[in-house]
Design a protein around this ligand. Sequence first.
Ligand code: FES
Ligand code: FES
Length: 259
Amino acid sequence: MNNRPTQLTEEEKKLFGDLMPEELEEIIQTGLNRRHFMKLVGLASAGLLTGYLLGAERAFARGVALGEIDELPAAAIENGVNVSFKVNSATTRLMVDSRMTLLDTLRERLGLTGSKKGCDHGQCGACTVIVDGNRVLSCLTLAATCEGKSVITIEGLAKDNQLNPMQEAFLKHDGFQCGFCTSGQICSAVALMKEAKEGQASYVTANVRQAQTSLMLSNEEIAERMSGNICRCGAYPNIVAAIKEAQTGKSVEQIWLTI
Ligand code: FES
Ligand code: FES
């Protein structure tokens, strides 16, 4: 925070003008201070920023759909390769450094910041996205290898303002606290449904020789299959309950009612 005059863009002026009209002049004159910040936090906690975020997301989605992605100057890219792939169903073409990860491409080039960078070493699962139906760690995936593929991120799971059933279940069961791991958890869980449907075995599958489809996963199976997604807040029981409800389609008792 500083107390220097702030050069606000027209969009920022409109945003602060809508959210905090009485403070707009003060922000322009003296900059953002702690009181403004706390008010913004209060608005966010009350969910009153959601409309703005959804609006920004829709505007961004339109930009991606129309191919309006800011290209970096050629000098800023070393070893550039052109990549064409689908991101949340929108065809996307851009030039990336051949060493750039999918995670950095999504976050830094496409503005899709839902996928999180936790460890950047393939150890936490916060960056999990779905590529051609399978869950992958986007911090260990080079964007250049996604040519022709379809990438789904947390931003692409809801359709027509209708949350994906897995998102609904995470909300119902409080499958998160701080939320940092949540986009990775949900993408991982959505792809897990496909693995179970195809009968893919896991480390705790009782009989790997017995071919099966449409596996109904036990709590133990869900925990094992989600073990690549770390939650520092320890929301694991709620995450398992949410996945179980989404998979069975039947209501699962909320954890706090069973204690
Ligand atoms: Fe990719 Fe941690 S950020 S696994
Ligand atoms: Fe905080 Fe999982 S909800 S790390």
